[in-house]
Write a protein that binds this ligand. Structure first.
Ligand SMILES: [Zn+2]
Length: 129
């Protein structure tokens, strides 16, 4: 099995989002994109996560993020949606200690409070070019 190049994925995503303003899940997006990643008998592979990150970083779509609450002890180093660095919003406790109360991603709009939001479903909205 061959892995699709970034350029192949971007081309396929553009086609998909020209034809579909809304794609209701990551699985569906991968199905739609895969139909454009065939060349004869050859099918080029792309994972759902990679597809999502490329769609966001290339500004081809925005994501609506559905999530459940996760472990408050978990440290969030990178955005779980797009892999970008997260901005930490800090607050001072009454004892003057700095605590992170919220994480925000400037790239895709993911945010999380103390109970880390774990993404469970994505809806993609095409961005007009
Ligand atoms: Zn993000």
């Amino acid at each position: 099995m061959k892995v699709a190049t970034r350029e192949q994925v971007i081309r396929a995503l553009k086609k998909v989002f020209e034809e579909n303003r809304i794609v209701s899940s990551q699985k569906r997006l991968r199905e739609l994109v895969s139909s454009y990643l065939k060349k004869g008998e050859e099918v080029y592979h792309v994972s759902e996560g990679r597809l999502r990150k490329i769609a966001i970083k290339e500004k081809l779509a925005t994501v609506e993020i559905y999530s459940r609450e996760g472990n408050p002890e978990k440290i969030l180093a990178k955005c779980p949606v797009c892999g970008s660095n997260l901005d930490e919003i800090k607050n001072l406790t009454i004892w003057g200690e700095e605590v992170t109360i919220e994480y925000v991603c400037q790239t895709c709009g993911y945010w999380s409070g103390k109970r880390k939001r774990i993404p469970t479903k994505y809806v993609f909205h095409a961005l007009s070019r």
